[in-house]
Write a protein of this length. Structure first.
Length: 147
């Protein structure tokens, strides 16, 4: 796995300079701030109001996670009826039919949360094999700011 570099941080993703935060040693936002170049003049930043009672509503673990890309063979081997049922339920997980096909083609990464939802979907239908993705890598995960 490659080492985290400031250039890996999405430009609009808030970073955190709060060195007094009890979570800063395990937070990707703080790690990203520590990697910021010395000549950085502006960037989206986590404000102190995000912290309350030792918690932070914008905390993101600095641990690398499994990111999947592509699902071209995800439904291979199932009956056509089951594959159709799964596909329709996958539309809900990924937001819509067109969006599902973008994830399927590998245009967007399948997040750890989405991977858990797909695995749970399989289990609900009695499928005990793990979902198969075209590619899986271990990397830092920068979730969207929407909460």
């Amino acid at each position: 796995m490659k080492t985290l570099d400031y250039r890996d941080v999405p430009g609009s993703w808030a970073i955190c300079f709060q060195n007094d935060c009890p979570l800063c040693g395990h937070c990707l936002r703080h790690t990203a701030a520590l990697l910021a170049p010395a000549d950085l003049t502006h960037h989206a930043t986590v404000l102190p109001a995000a912290r309350k009672d030792g918690e932070c509503c914008l905390f993101v673990s600095a641990e690398p996670v499994s990111i999947a890309r592509g699902m071209k063979n995800l439904l291979t081997g199932f009956t056509p009826e089951l594959a159709m049922q799964l596909r329709h339920e996958l539309y809900d997980i990924f937001g819509s039919c067109p969006q599902f096909y973008r994830y399927r083609a590998g245009r967007f990464p399948v997040t750890p949360e989405q991977q858990k939802q797909v695995a749970a979907l399989f289990l609900r239908h009695g499928i005990t094999t793990e979902p198969h993705y075209d590619q899986t890598t271990i990397e830092y995960y920068f979730p969207s700011e929407q909460k």
